[in-house]
Design a protein around this ligand. Sequence first.
Ligand SMILES: Cc1cc2nc3c(=O)[nH]c(=O)nc-3n(C[C@H](O)[C@H](O)[C@H](O)COP(=O)(O)O)c2cc1C
Length: 343
Amino acid sequence: MKHLFTPYELMGLSLKNRVVMPPMCQYSVTEKDGIANDWHYTHYVSRAIGGAGLIIIEMTDVEPDGRITDYDLGLWSDEQIPALARIVEACHKYGAKVGIQIAHAGRKAEDAAVPVAPSAIPFDENSKTPRELTTEEVKKTVQKFGEAVRRAVLAGVDVIEIHGAHGYLIHQFHSPLTNKRTDEYGSDLTKFGKEVIQAAKKEMPATMPLIMRISAIEYVENGYGLNESMSISNEYKEAGVDLFHISAGGEGPIAAEGRPGTHVAYQVPLARAVREQLDVPVIAVGRLDEPSLANAVIGNEEADLVAVGRGMLRNPYWTLEAATALRKEIQLPKQYQFGFPNR
Ligand SMILES: Cc1cc2nc3c(=O)[nH]c(=O)nc-3n(C[C@H](O)[C@H](O)[C@H](O)COP(=O)(O)O)c2cc1C
């Protein structure tokens, strides 16, 4: 019977447990150059020492105007590789595998003078109106995703996550509310996402899995639901996605009836549905920081991996404490064994 601390394997990726640190922007790049610094090093390496099986580095953008803010990580230049490689190497030393979320914020790029998007529709009344990308620029953006993935692979990551959720550029393309284009990227709403997947795969070793994060439902007025996102995800699966990371929302102002519940595990039903209907492995995320609950999601076969975000912001040693609470085997750093006297 599987549990949170059962090792996991997918293609060439092998994880010592099923605990994932999901991508979480730190907005901590001081020089606005997209380069990781000591904050990022300490932040990620602490979670590796803290026992996480897989750490997915925060949203890292394919061009300067693809950042939410000027303080976000980037991979548009080879100069950004060494600082990431240093983090990856140290995380490996402490037994964690490392992924990175490759992204473009599109119309949600707050510091861009003029953000770009599939169509010139602002996020809300307080946001800048984006400029519609030309067809040629869309194709160039696909290439930029591929180049960023190439750099991530050079930095030594074990897995790539493409950000197709939360209302960022890929989501903007596949949502009928934000894509009103009349070219090939409008007649086929998933064309951009599929090309990004293919460009990423070209740069990845054949045994490296590709994760895609999607918003399985939208929270805006008249947003898409699970049936629509299921067919979107199926197209992405056919294009090469090996594992889905199931989130929701983020695409615009939340409608009264779209407001998510505040219950624990609120996104697990979505993850389970995608896993069952598309027959793909999934990561469940969203208020799963109670160890017995996270363990049950694996034991009940609702997801293959569980991500704990805010729980790990509070406590880098979340995984070590969860193993202790669940009485599961875990290798404690010898320096910290006195901190876990009940084992
Ligand atoms: C500070 C912060 C930054 C985040 N940044 C990202 C991000 O870069 N990419 C992403 O896909 N989700 C991001 N998220 C969402 C988390 O990955 C996660 O899905 C969310 O926090 C729900 O999980 P939790 O209840 O375990 O925190 C962020 C969340 C937080 C709290």
